[in-house]
Write a protein that binds this ligand. Structure first.
Ligand SMILES: Nc1ncnc2c1ncn2[C@@H]1O[C@H](COP(=O)(O)OP(=O)(O)OP(=O)(O)O)[C@@H](O)[C@H]1O
Ligand code: SF4
Ligand SMILES: [Mg+2]
Length: 359
């Protein structure tokens, strides 16, 4: 991503911030103390075990999200970063209503949406759209591009006639750089980058206000990642969109996000405006992630090599989930879960050492 046009990117990120201040920081999506665990014990019979001569039922769970609270402000691009398996996609899917939380809630403009049924979710399905990592899997191979794009437009605008639907489809195809005259073609006739453009067009076709993008450029060739990222930023500016943008790649975030949320093992370590996070990362995990980004400057901090294995989310460590790999861990870290505190720089960080002034 280093060859990305920085000028363009910074301008778009700044535009989002300006827009944010104009709309007085309206909270659009609220994630409150969210937990999600998945059972990995199979069906009822698989769960039965003989122990001490008795038949007992044992259930094991993957604790994918463990008490995450986040607020997405209107007009911003809130990026969620972290290593594979830290729970990013689970957050994305739970926000979109594709997964039910085990505990906690998701609200849209203050209205709780995680407990709604499909019919009640319909108006939100129009306002909230999702773009997935893999444009090969997310487009139906048996439908033409035109059919793929007409379906959601017609569904969410039952009063529109065929011409109005087609005009809308042409408008979004044009805006994502796909020639509307290609509408009769099937998705397999397009390249990966073009397919992701079509997925973006499908999300934009219903005029959403909030888009969850789960690693939307990771499956694409490096040479076209920047183009698709620029397309997303242009769409944000032109259509007043708000993004929850999931990525494992911090270097993408630097050019794209308004704020960054760093996750580790299903918990939120740090949340800060992008510039603050890059200028002064506070959480030891954020510092380690940051030090791994290749940079040209000589004065960058030494690469922090984390020792130890990433623990499994089946048996979560006690206290701070990062304590087994953290160079600053002490006894308190092994026992007590750190809570988010607000820093002088305007971010939030969950770390005992920061709170105690040790780092
Ligand atoms: N349906 C499921 N059943 C069981 N475990 C699951 C399920 N979905 C996710 N998990 C587990 O939950 C944890 C979080 O997964 P998730 O996909 O949210 O991580 P991620 O941060 O998106 O990772 P990646 O960067 O690889 O996409 C992982 O340990 C994963 O194996
Ligand atoms: S709470 Fe302790 S173990 Fe966790 S990141 Fe801070 S210093 Fe490290
Ligand atoms: Mg994922």
């Amino acid at each position: 991503m280093n060859n990305m046009t920085e000028q363009h990117s910074v301008t778009a990120a700044e535009a989002a911030v300006t827009q944010n201040s104009e709309t007085a920081q309206e909270s659009l999506v609220q994630i409150d103390d969210l937990y999600k665990k998945f059972s990995i014990s199979g069906d009822f019979l698989d769960q039965l075990k003989f122990k001490g001569g008795k038949l007992v039922r044992e259930q094991e769970h993957v604790h994918a999200i463990n008490g995450v609270s986040l607020e997405v402000m209107r007009g911003e691009a809130l990026c969620v970063v972290g290593e594979s398996g830290c729970g990013k996609s689970t957050v994305a899917r739970t926000v979109m209503g594709l997964l039910k939380p085990s505990a906690g809630s998701v609200s849209y403009q203050g209205e709780r949406i995680d407990n709604l049924n499909d019919r009640q979710l319909m108006p939100y399905r129009r306002k909230m759209q999702m773009i997935f990592q893999n444009p090969y899997a997310s487009l139906n191979p048996r439908m033409t591009i035109q059919e793929t794009l007409m379906e959601p437009v017609a569904l969410h605008n039952p009063n529109w006639n065929a011409t109005e639907v087609r005009d809308k489809v042409h408008e979004v195809m044009f805006s994502v750089g796909i020639d509307p005259s290609w509408g009769e073609r099937y998705s397999h006739e397009f390249s990966g980058g073009q397919r992701q453009r079509i997925s973006i067009a499908r999300a934009l076709a219903v005029d959403p206000e909030f888009i969850v993008a789960d690693e939307p450029i990771s499956a694409l060739d490096v040479s076209i990642q920047a183009q698709v990222l620029n397309l997303l930023m242009d769409a944000q500016e032109q259509r007043n969109l708000t993004y929850l943008f999931i990525t494992h790649d911090l270097s993408v975030v630097e050019h794209f996000g308004t704020r960054v949320a760093v996750m580790y093992l299903g918990t939120l370590c740090e949340l800060a405006p992008t510039r603050t996070l890059f200028a002064k990362p506070r959480h030891p995990y954020t510092q380690a992630l940051m030090s791994a980004i290749p940079r040209l400057e000589d004065d960058r901090p030494q690469h922090i090599k984390l020792t130890g294995e990433v623990p499994t989310p089946v048996n979560l460590p006690s206290g701070c989930v990062f304590h087994g790999r953290c160079p600053y861990a002490n006894d308190r870290c092994k026992q007590q879960i750190p809570q988010l505190i607000t820093t002088d720089e305007g971010g939030q960080v969950a770390c005992h050492a920061v709170e105690e002034g040790r780092i």
